[in-house]
Ligand binder design. Structure first.
Ligand code: ZN
Length: 156
């Protein structure tokens, strides 16, 4: 990756880590689930307000490293107003991106990773295997919450 671009991404991650968007409990939520990454000590609670299979509102609260908070912040920005199906369909591409750091172009009828929006900024964590779970925590919690799980999610 271009060093200037990498620096820009790092600034944006730090910004989201320090000042997470959509932070705080969500009144009238339909889903609430805790997630924890024991490896790093990241903890979050994800709130979703799903109406007619659409994520009308989404927020989170918690404490953890900058990467975990930035990932949750970017996830909430990406998912507000989206359908539940779309949110669930993003899990695999996001997970693959965070594991490999490779941005995939669109192919056949499959959307490419540009579909992930700013979540792509986290691609650099793939270079730090111990931090990948910090970034995937919010997404694991999301998938479990939308699947109707009520037990806290752990990345371990
Ligand atoms: Zn962490």
């Amino acid at each position: 990756m271009d060093p200037e671009l990498r620096e820009l991404y790092q600034d944006l991650i730090l910004d989201h880590g320090r000042q997470p968007r959509n932070f705080g409990p969500l009144p009238g939520y339909s889903h609430r689930l805790e997630g924890v990454n024991p490896l790093c000590g990241d903890k979050l609670v994800l709130y979703l307000k799903v109406v007619d299979d659409r994520i009308e509102d989404i927020s989170f609260e918690g404490a953890g490293c900058a990467i975990s908070m930035a990932s949750a912040s970017l996830m909430t920005e990406r998912l507000r107003g989206r359908s539940v199906d779309e949110a669930m369909a993003l899990f695999d591409p996001v997970h693959r991106l965070l594991m490999t750091g490779e941005l995939r172009p669109a192919a056949n009828s499959e959307p490419g990773d540009e579909n992930l929006g700013k979540v792509r900024m986290l691609a650099g964590v793939s270079a730090f295997p111990s931090r990948v779970k910090c970034a995937t925590l919010a997404w694991h919690t999301l998938r479990a919450a939308l699947s109707g799980e009520s037990k806290p999610v752990s990345t371990e």
